[in-house]
Design a protein around this ligand. Structure first.
Ligand SMILES: NC(=O)c1ccc[n+]([C@@H]2O[C@H](COP(=O)([O-])OP(=O)(O)OC[C@H]3O[C@@H](n4cnc5c(N)ncnc54)[C@H](O)[C@@H]3O)[C@@H](O)[C@H]2O)c1
Length: 250
């Protein structure tokens, strides 16, 4: 029960890594607000967990919506203890086939979104003098991959954004850190393998990419997010933690 009584919000909390984080936080005693543009799935999860958890519809790309969500969470709970910027949108296209609309969608979701959430949720945390923000980046933010210019730019930007925010927040009592998952078995990964001519072959290739010889589970990433959410990481500020089965150790 490492998060007893803590008020936490998770963007993209209705699916995959976000949903695993929501469930782990709840199991550790937190009250969780699930922020997702798929509000039906978010509500189903909140209702299934019972307690004081709740869901709000939010598309992280739009400032007015983020501002409204921040106001509504503040009215209910006051400042958050933990904010997880997890909502993400993938794209697998070459740099010259990517359209401006696709580029904007990925950058707006994966980079502008976390900034907007920080802009509107973090000031009350600063005023109180405590809190923890966790950004979910990716291996793609650290290492080059084919078909990844938009997604990789957004995720690499998120790593640097985390470090810059860490310096701005350094003396405020609010911590901000970043988790970079490797290949994780989630609906996002399913969508990626659906695009491949042979799905089983694609999955085998992905398992091979991970030195440990298997994909990760969303719950294994949630464990790392929990570390940054809890006081166990009190000295971490601007840290970037790879949860990637050894990929970046190669
Ligand atoms: N699965 C992987 O292998 C992997 C690896 C590295 C990083 N990541 C990152 O982890 C995060 C979660 O990925 P996942 O695999 O669990 O994906 P997922 O598709 O299973 O879940 C993503 C969730 O985000 C929500 N979402 C998407 N766009 C949104 C928006 N604009 N506003 C609000 N909610 C939005 C979706 O509705 C969904 O509930 C993403 O940021 C992703 O880039 C995933």
């Amino acid at each position: 029960m490492r998060l007893t009584g803590m008020k936490c919000a998770v963007t993209g909390g209705a699916s995959g890594i976000g949903a695993a984080t929501v469930k782990r936080f709840a199991a550790e005693g937190a009250q969780v607000c699930i922020l997702d543009r798929d509000v039906a799935a978010a509500q189903t999860l909140a209702e299934k967990m019972g307690g004081d958890h709740f869901a709000l519809e939010l598309d992280v790309r739009f400032e007015a919506a983020v501002e409204q969500a921040a106001a509504s969470v503040y009215t209910r709970w006051g400042p958050l203890d933990v904010l997880v910027n997890n909502a993400g949108s993938e794209l697998n296209k070459t740099y010259n086939e990517t359209t401006v609309e696709e580029w904007d969608k990925v950058l707006d979701t994966d980079l502008k979104g976390p900034w907007l959430l920080c802009k509107h949720f973090v000031p009350p945390m600063v005023e109180r003098g405590s809190g923890s923000v966790i950004n979910i980046s990716s291996l793609n933010g650290l290492v080059g991959f084919p078909l990844s210019t938009a997604y990789g730019s957004a995720k690499g930007g998120l790593v640097v954004f985390t470090r810059d925010m860490a310096i701005e927040l350094a003396t405020t009592g609010v911590r901000i850190n970043c988790v970079c998952p490797g290949v994780i078995e989630t609906p996002m990964m399913e969508r990626w393998t659906d695009l491949m001519p042979d799905k089983d072959e694609a999955k085998a290739m992905l398992r091979g990419v991970m030195p440990i010889g298997r994909m990760g589970a969303a719950e294994e990433v949630a464990g790392a997010v929990l570390f940054f959410a809890s006081p166990d990481s009190s000295l971490c500020q601007g840290s970037v933690l790879c949860v990637d089965g050894g990929f970046t150790a190669q």
